[in-house]
Design a protein around this ligand. Structure first.
Ligand code: SF4
Ligand code: SF4
Length: 409
């Protein structure tokens, strides 16, 4: 596609990157077929090709309207279009640049600004979020049904964290909302890795990976969260001999793997960010590589029917496909077939809060697809998807590492 970027952005790093991405797009439209919002709404501007065109117009200096913002807001950032595109268009990167521009050049209505600011203030702060969750539980009986189902009635206990006893060590991210919503995920990962011969550590005071604020229009604050996390991790990487960073939330993993790119222009952090991205693995990659160590201790017996939902941040963001499914099948689960498993469930970070109608429709479709093979359990790899699906599912929804641990004798 030919481009003529406007003077204000042409010679900036973002302008050059956006220009290179736009030039790769040949406007073929293959990506529209796998775009969840295009499939729901049938509007070209609610598909990747239309959004790319809207962003091109904005970058070329044409007027940016509320309509441009609406179509970009409706994008899930699921990046299904990116893994479909035969020309290698990095839609996700372009969207980061386009959204920043739209945020700068348009004014949101006051209520929307308040809502976004509140989300950016609360969600990345673990203790504030935990306190509000506790309050939400108390108020649950009085909340409207749609709001009440978003507040889980209880949090299952995490169980014991194994003692630090192995020479091999890896670092895990506790994250921002996961410890309050599902503290058992990292604890289960620590116990499974302990059986493999790897001790899992969490850095004290390590907070949000930055994805939350970065993706809802506060890119500067998101980058500050990333630097703060690097500052917490770096001493442990230098002094504790950790061989890798393990991610149990694929949403965080996708972003941490992009630190190298996102902080590449920051002289103080670029080298550290590059090392951290290179060290980062989703927990399925680690278990897959070490599977032989847990194989002898797997319980034999009935194969439980399980439907796996691969989060977009795993299959499109990190391009990891089939690995978790293969681990679960080798661990003795019978995986049911799930139609349209490439489509987003509607969780998408804060999307389910900011675009509730679309998110509900996507969830309904996803739950129907997941239930179609008559599983006894739904498993996924990101706490956001887990909570979103659980609010409305007739079956239990868990993180797959928790389900795997239950098969270890
Ligand atoms: S992003 Fe890729 S698939 Fe979509 S229109 Fe452009 S070249 Fe075609
Ligand atoms: S990121 Fe997802 S919702 Fe957004 S344009 Fe691409 S496929 Fe569609």
């Amino acid at each position: 596609m030919q481009t003529a970027l406007a003077d204000f952005i042409r010679d900036t790093p973002e302008g050059r990157e956006a220009d290179a991405i736009l030039r790769k797009c040949v406007h073929c439209g293959f990506c529209t077929a796998t775009c969840p919002t295009y499939l729901l709404l049938g509007d070209e501007n609610d598909g990747p090709r239309g959004r790319i065109y809207l962003m091109k117009q904005a970058l070329e200096g044409q007027e940016i309207t509320d309509k441009t913002r609406l179509h970009l807001d409706r994008c899930l950032t699921c990046r299904a279009c990116e893994t479909t595109c035969p020309s290698g268009v990095q839609y996700g990167r372009l969207l980061d640049i386009g959204r920043k521009l739209v945020e700068e050049k348009t004014a949101r209505p006051a209520w929307e600004r308040v809502k976004r600011r509140a989300l950016a203030a609360v969600l990345p702060r673990r203790f504030l979020f935990a306190a509000l969750l506790a309050l939400g539980r108390l108020a649950r009986p009085f909340l409207p049904e749609r709001l009440a189902e978003k507040v889980p009635a209880s949090t299952p206990a995490a169980g014991a964290w194994p003692a630090l006893r192995h020479a091999r060590k890896m670092l895990a991210l506790a994250g921002c909302v996961q410890p309050a919503l599902s503290p058992g995920i990292n604890a289960a990962a620590a116990r499974v890795l302990d059986r493999i011969g790897i001790s899992l550590l969490e850095a004290k005071g390590a907070g949000c990976c930055g994805a939350l604020r970065f993706h809802i229009g506060y890119q500067k604050e998101g980058l500050a969260d990333m630097r703060a996390l690097i500052d917490r991790w770096w001493p442990m990487i230098e002094r504790c001999g950790v061989e890798g960073i393990v991610m149990t939330a694929s949403g965080c993993g996708a972003v941490v793997k992009e630190y190298a790119h996102l902080l590449s222009h920051d002289l103080a952090y670029a080298a550290k960010a590059e090392k951290i991205s290179a060290m980062t693995r989703d927990v399925c990659e680690v278990i897959d590589a070490e599977f032989g160590r847990i194989e002898p201790i797997l319980a034999k017996g009935e194969r439980v029917r399980l439907a796996f939902h691969p989060p977009c941040t795993l299959q499109h963001g990190q391009n990891i496909k089939g690995v978790t499914e293969s681990v679960l099948a080798r661990a003795g689960f019978e995986l049911t077939s799930v139609p349209d498993s490439h489509l987003c469930c509607g969780s998408a970070g804060t999307y389910s809060i900011l675009q509730p109608e679309l998110a509900e429709r996507l969830k309904k479709n996803k739950l129907t697809a997941l239930a179609s093979g008559e599983p006894r359990l739904i498993a996924t790899a990101n706490v956001g998807c887990q909570m979103h699906l659980a609010a409305g599912a007739a079956l239990p929804v868990r993180h797959w590492i928790v389900a795997l641990e239950e098969r270890l004798s």
